[in-house]
Design a protein around this ligand. Structure first.
Ligand code: NAD
Length: 260
């Protein structure tokens, strides 16, 4: 099959939902095999079925909690075996949390976001790296957030974990470059994108989605929030060999928000 990532094999975490789902379709339609992992096995199984109905034999689904080291070892090995190789890792699974201010924030809130958003990226890179090296040129794409570069009151845990993903990405890019592995590593930083992660904002607008999206778009120069494909196109570029000279970089998908 022709395409910008033809012959490549990608593992995407948190693929049952919003951004992961858009990336899965984008990479598969551009010729990659895709291993879709999530705690929501039904979701990734359904998605893999839909992708395979369009592009037979291109998608695989796995139950996977990214906080579990034992599952990382197993899922990476199975995905590499099923796809024949592993040349792209997208650490996408992530969660937001409640707005939590310094005196009422909790260790449990920090622990949960730390484990799902940040520690998972380390585990993914650690267990995927031997396969990525074998399949080089290879690419790691860590999904951070604009909140990892700028913050707001009540965002302590989320911003700290996403800033951690940003800087860990640079460390890994330099380690891989120094070792001549031809494995690149970059981070992607979306602002608000229309996915279920925004449900709490819709609830705050009494279920009025359009009103919630309008409120969220107010600080964005392009005057709208993003679509999942706005992020997936960036992931496609970073996954492909078109970005072969790009490593240790951060990509802001933010409608101009942090240009201000
Ligand atoms: N949508 C946005 O506005 C936005 C903005 C900035 C960054 N992000 C980041 O993008 C990534 C994807 O977010 P999204 O908007 O698609 O959210 P989403 O809630 O639609 O999808 C997240 C997926 O992660 C899965 N998941 C949650 N915990 C998991 C775990 N422990 N193990 C494996 N899978 C788990 C969920 O089941 C879900 O399918 C996240 O890292 C998020 O922080 C999103």
């Amino acid at each position: 099959m022709m395409g910008r990532v033809a012959g490549k094999a990608a593992l995407i975490t948190g693929a049952a939902g919003g951004l992961g789902q858009a990336m899965a379709w984008m990479l598969a339609r551009e010729g990659a095999k895709v291993a879709l992992t999530d705690v929501n096995l039904d979701g990734v199984t359904e998605l893999a079925g839909a992708i395979n109905a369009e592009i037979a034999g291109s998608a695989f689904a796995y139950a996977h909690d990214v906080t579990r080291e034992d599952q990382w070892a197993e899922v990476v090995a199975r995905a590499a075996a099923d796809m024949g190789s592993l040349s792209i890792l997208v650490n996408n699974a992530g969660v937001g949390g409640p707005l939590a201010f310094v005196e009422t924030d909790t260790v449990e809130n920090w622990q949960r976001q730390f484990e799902i958003n940040l520690r998972s990226a380390m585990l993914g890179c650690k267990y995927a790296m031997p396969h990525l090296r074998d399949a080089a040129p290879a690419s790691i794409i860590n999904i951070s957030s604009i909140a990892g570069l700028a913050s707001a009151p009540g965002m302590g845990a989320y911003s700290a974990t996403k800033a951690g993903v940003w800087m860990y990405t640079k460390t890994l890019a330099l380690e891989a470059a120094k070792a001549d592995w031809n494995v690149r590593c970059n981070s992607v930083h979306p602002v608000f994108i229309k996915t279920p992660i925004l449900d709490p904002f819709v609830a705050m607008a009494a279920g009025d989605e359009a009103k919630a999206h309008e409120r969220l778009s107010r600080g964005i120069p392009l005057k709208r929030i993003g679509e999942p494909d706005d992020v997936a196109y960036c992931v496609l570029y970073l996954a492909s060999d078109e970005s072969k000279f790009v490593t240790g970089s951060e990509f802001r998908i933010d409608g101009g928000m942090t240009a201000q």
